[in-house]
Structure formats: structure tokens, C-alpha cells
Design a protein around this ligand. Structure first.
Ligand code: PMP
Length: 351
């Protein structure tokens, strides 16, 4: 750290992204990317836009808003686009948390929430999940803080039914509830339509997982128009060109290609079911997943040891050192071939 770094940030511990090693080729099951490439419509759209990169992108994201409104069934003033959903989550901490409105989220959830809280000087409380890693709804209905709920949760993959989410939102109309739906397309339990009923709900989503665009960095928010205006104030006060031309066109292409999107979802969910069955057959405890990953532990081998053994044979999974979950690994659902390679290595390691 230099002597010039703001004292306000000197204690900040940054988020640790999943490994993206360049030293050799790995089967990457560690950052919940899609095993399938982007839709050809996304690729051709982005390539065309590459020819116009001398020009700024549209700060109002009109093409993307129009397409998303038509495909997702919201109006354009209920949508905002960001550089990955990480950006809108940061905006939400900036907009809806301060000394009077501290944040609260689960003890086991997306690791970026405490980092965004620290970055924005926001106090936060971690609410312990139940023994079986589910949310106890009464902990949330009784809280006064701005809530951040990943649903399905990460890294557990467990989903909270929509009714329970609604109970939390409606229990206190005077505080904001942010529902992070990064993995919602693999679960079918979205709270997004509730924005028509509740002005204290912000739903965040991403093109990174189900639409195969992690490298393009495209996320969005769905909320009533007044919340969207708050978030647009922040977007225009930081970087109005946060969605570059190529990403904007890739997003439009991905939205247009419904058949490709739905086909990939079906494949991933089918592979997820087979993965759960095979892992259970090998003696793993696997939490019930509604996402594009599973969270699993084995009684005979520690989480870190298994992660390291898989890494030496070219397979990356994600291990978290946090005490409560250190026996587990989070394994992204890859292609059937990638999962077969994983199962073969697991059989070898466990025998
Ligand atoms: N929320 C959750 C729960 C996640 O796991 C991730 C992926 N790391 C994100 C948000 C952010 O994803 P992105 O910025 O790629 O949209």
C-alpha cells in the first residue's frame, strides 16, 4: 500500500475471484461459467459492433432495454443494465445503505457482499443460515436492515421459495430487499414479477451464467421505476458508458435466441441431476441444487485436499476456507464430457 492510499480504504480486503489460470488447460468447474459458447446471434452482433469501436456506446442502452423489455416482460423504465451484476450490487450498497441503513445477509452467501459493504463504509450483520444451510425466514422478517439475499444462494445452490421471499419483502415496506438472482434461470423461482407490487424490491440478474456471457460483463436490475432512477443516478455519476458496444450487441443477440438459451438450460439441468446422482453414489453429501453448480462434501477426504488433488489432474473446482463450509467444494456443472472426466478422477482419488 502506498502512503497516499485513503485511510478510509486501508483496511479493505478485496474480493478473491475464482482462479483463471493461464499455465495449462484445465477443465474449469470453478467459476460457474456456462460450458456452452454464446449464441451465434450474440457472437455475430458483437463482431459487427467491433467495427464501430471508435464511437462511444449508447449510455441509455436503448437496444438492450427494448429487447429485454420484450423478452422478459417488464417495461423499459423497470430495467437498468450494468457491467456484470457485481456492478449493480455495488450500486445497491451505494444507494440503499448508510449509517441509518446498515446491511444484512447470510453468513454463507456471495463473498462480494461484505467487500461492497466495506468499500462503501457500510456496517453489516451476517445472519447464520440454519444447520441445513436454509434461510430461517423469521430472521429476515424481523430485521430492519437493507437485505441482500442470493436466491438460489451461492455457494450452496439452495433456493428459497418465492412465497418466503414475498413474506420477507412485505414484512417491512420501509427497507430495501435486494434479491440476487444470478442463478435464477436454473431454478424457476423468480421474485421479479413482485416489483409490480412492492416498491422496496430490487432484483439483480446476470448474463454471465445462463446466457454464456461471463466474459462480456453484462448484468441488470429489475425494480419499480423510482428505484431504477436512483440506480441510474449512480450509473451516470460513475460511468454512463458501462456497457460497451460489443457487450450491448451480444446481450441483444443472446436475448433474441430463446431456443438456444432454453436448450442450454435443459442440458445443464439434466447434467446437474446426473451429477448429483453420481456424486451421491460415490458417497458424497450433495446439497439440493437449483443452480448451475453443486455443493458437495465427502466423509473420507477434506474439501481442500480434494480440491488440490483435482487441480493436479487438471480439474478446477472452488474451495472456500470458511470454517462452516471448509469440508465442501463447489462444482460447476460442465458439459457431460467434462463431468465424466471429473467422475473418473473422483473414482480414482477415492479408491
Ligand atoms: N451474484 C452471485 C450470487 C454470484 O455468484 C455472482 C458470480 N460471481 C454474481 C452475483 C456476479 O456475477 P456477474 O458480475 O458475472 O454478473
Amino acid at each position: 500500500m502506498s502512503r497516499f492510499f485513503s485511510g478510509r480504504l486501508s483496511a479493505l480486503t478485496p474480493y478473491t475471484p475464482g482462479e483463471q489460470p493461464q499455465d495449462r488447460s484445465y477443465i474449469k468447474l470453478n467459476t460457474n461459467e456456462s460450458p456452452y459458447p454464446p449464441s451465434p446471434l450474440a457472437v455475430s452482433g458483437a463482431s459487427e459492433e467491433a467495427k464501430k469501436l471508435q464511437l462511444y456506446s449508447d449510455p441509455d442502452c436503448r437496444s438492450l432495454k427494448k429487447e429485454a423489455a420484450a423478452v422478459l416482460g417488464f417495461s423499459e423504465d423497470e430495467l437498468i443494465f450494468t457491467n456484470g451484476s457485481d456492478e449493480i450490487l455495488n450500486f445497491a450498497f451505494m444507494a440503499y445503505c448508510d449509517a441509518e441503513h446498515p446491511a444484512a445477509f447470510a453468513d454463507i452467501t456471495y463473498g462480494f457482499y461484505p467487500v461492497f459493504a466495506a468499500l462503501n463504509g457500510v456496517k453489516f450483520r451476517e445472519i447464520p443460515l440454519c444447520e441445513n444451510f436454509t434461510i430461517r425466514v423469521s430472521d429476515y422478517t424481523s430485521s430492519k436492515e437493507t437485505l441482500f439475499i442470493a436466491n438460489p444462494n451461492a455457494p450452496t445452490g439452495i433456493v428459497l421459495p418465492r412465497d418466503a421471499i414475498e413474506e420477507i419483502i412485505s414484512s417491512n415496506p420501509d427497507r430495501i430487499v435486494v434479491v440476487d438472482e444470478a442463478y435464477v434461470d436454473f431454478s424457476g423461482e423468480s421474485a421479479a414479477s413482485l416489483i409490480k407490487k412492492y416498491e422496496n424490491l430490487l432484483v439483480t440478474r446476470t448474463f454471465s451464467k445462463s446466457r454464456s456471457l461471463a466474459g462480456a460483463r453484462l448484468g441488470f436490475g429489475i425494480a419499480c421505476p423510482s428505484l431504477i432512477r436512483d440506480l441510474e443516478t449512480i450509473r451516470f455519476s460513475t460511468n454512463p458508458y458501462n456497457i460497451n458496444r460489443m457487450t450491448m450487441a451480444a446481450g441483444v443477440g443472446a436475448l433474441k435466441d430463446t431456443a438456444y438459451f432454453e436448450g442450454n438450460l435443459r442440458e445443464i439441468m439434466k447434467t446437474r441431476q446426473r451429477t448429483e446422482e453420481v456424486l451421491r453414489g460415490l458417497g458424497f453429501t450433495v446439497l439440493p441444487s437449483s443452480a448451475n453448480f453443486v455443493f458437495a462434501k465427502h466423509p473420507k477426504i477434506g474439501g481442500e485436499e480434494l480440491y488440490l488433488k483435482l487441480k493436479t489432474c487438471g480439474i478446477l473446482v472452488r474451495h472456500f476456507a470458511k470454517e462452516r463450509i471448509k469440508d465442501f467444494n463447489r462444482i460447476t456443472i460442465g458439459s457431460p464430457k467434462e463431468m465424466d472426466a471429473l467422475f473418473a478422477e473422483l473414482r480414482r482419488i477415492l479408491s
